[in-house]
Design a protein around this ligand. Sequence first.
Ligand code: ZN
Length: 297
Amino acid sequence: MRDVVAAADMVEVVSGRTPLRRASGSRFTGRCPFHEEKTPSFSVNPVEKLYYCFGCGKGGDVISFVRETENLDFVGAVEWLADRFRVPIEVEEASPQIEAERRRRDRLYTVLDQTATYFERLLWEGDAGATVREYLAALEERNPVSEDPSEPADAPTAPKNVSLTDPAARWTAAPGGPAFFAYSTNYLIDLQAGIIVDVEATPAHRTQEVNSTRKMIDRVEERFDLKPKRLVGDTAYGTAPMLGWMVEDKQIDPHVPVWDKSERKDDTLSSSVSALDFSDSCRTHHASVDLASGRGS
Ligand code: ZN
């Protein structure tokens, strides 16, 4: 590990996230990659391989920087650096704990790989994906990508109508935005693996979105014999009936802000997040898909 840190170029690593320029002495500065800012308050010491932000207070060494920005654990960050700066890692030196962690991660990657392949197949082959394929084809037809190579592929095109006929769709509005015609897809996501374990479509209506979580939790328990220990959600999940169901009926630990009506400033919410964890924690998320413009939220 010391070899890896010694070989790592701190400026190169940080530059991958934010442009740096030389400041006084050997120090480099740039805009902080951890918070929004207009003037640089992020400082890098390439000799000691340390960073510190005078704006948000984030600081650490090259390993913690990689952990934060690449979303890796300690072992993952060391391997990431070793790979990047071509330092061979001697596996036999690894402790049993690191070995176990590596095996766990390899298994997880395998599961993620197979999951992706499974959903790709569902989408492109067979009857199950037919409606989605139709939807995508209609989207593409109404919003064609320019054939002109001089035009950037992501040039903004005016979104067109796709479908006003989805029976689950209804008018909804995000705070501060115009009303739009939408339905919601509600996801139950395992937080550790980042795998969507269930999906339930509902009208874009808060109560129905929240209630779909109960349906998904019951269904996942029945299908896969998996039950979350914790559920992470936004205030929409903080109603007394929902909390009662979670805690008393399901023995799920709610990580949910309690809904205090006195502090509620608006009553529109077209997108909210909740989470739960099967091994440790897991999460539900609902996204409203704007059928009129193709916009998602
Ligand atoms: Zn900062």
